[in-house]
Write a protein that binds this ligand. Sequence first.
Ligand code: NAP
Length: 241
Amino acid sequence: MKVVVITGSSRGIGRATAIEFAKNEYSVVVNYNKSKQEAEKVVSEIKNFGQDALSFKADVSDFNEANNLINFAIKEFGKIDVLVNNAGISLQKIFQNVTESEWENLFKVNVWSVFNCCAAVANHMISRKKGKIVNVSSIWGIAGASMEAHYSASKAAIIGFTKSLAKELGPSGIHVNCVAPGVIDTEMNNFDEKTMEELKNEIPLKKIGSAKNIAETILFLASEQSDFITGQTISPNGGLI
Ligand code: NAP
């Protein structure tokens, strides 16, 4: 039985990823920060189709809490095969109005969390000479987005980190890749109907992506089918870029 830890899997893309991995016979550690009830629902859904799952509260922007999450998974399941760094927040604001503390908080949740969890799991994966890490960036980390300079910068940082860590951990048999989703139907995109319709019209495939679309890409990057892929960024975005 393989074991996956997915940060921010109480809702949205993380939730869909937890379900997708469970369907593929993984034991799942469902991490949440604020949404305890939602995380427990994900756990019972997974248990309903016969897989093992546990929820764990950790604010992964905090180094010690991220460590606790990784140690919990190793203690309960004996190992970690896959780490998915998915937890993230967004903020749409014109650049001049972004405060220093908003910038700091965004980087802590989106970037430090990835460092924190990778740092916590690295020695474990190195000693096993295998492991897969999938980091969730964003299309805007590649293309840049107006009114989201801070968010785009945090997501671009994840791509640079992924490329470098892949080079460093490759000789130890560890894969590090990135998924950079386009516009996906989750609570993060809390736009009105008109804005969503406009966004849809800009996408060549004329549809908003689903959380499942991203979960399937993450699962691919964790699977044996991607065994010669590392340091890469895949952007499921309906052809937007
Ligand atoms: P979402 O529906 O808002 O869900 C965000 C998840 O992250 C929640 O489960 C939340 O858990 C968790 N989270 C936030 N801060 C956390 C923290 N400090 N510690 C632990 N968990 C934390 O967002 P989503 O759309 O699924 O986004 C997931 C990832 O995909 C993010 O990294 C996002 O930037 C990226 N992404 C999304 C889109 C999109 O269009 N939706 C596009 C590109 C990239 P709690 O509620 O328990 O706090």
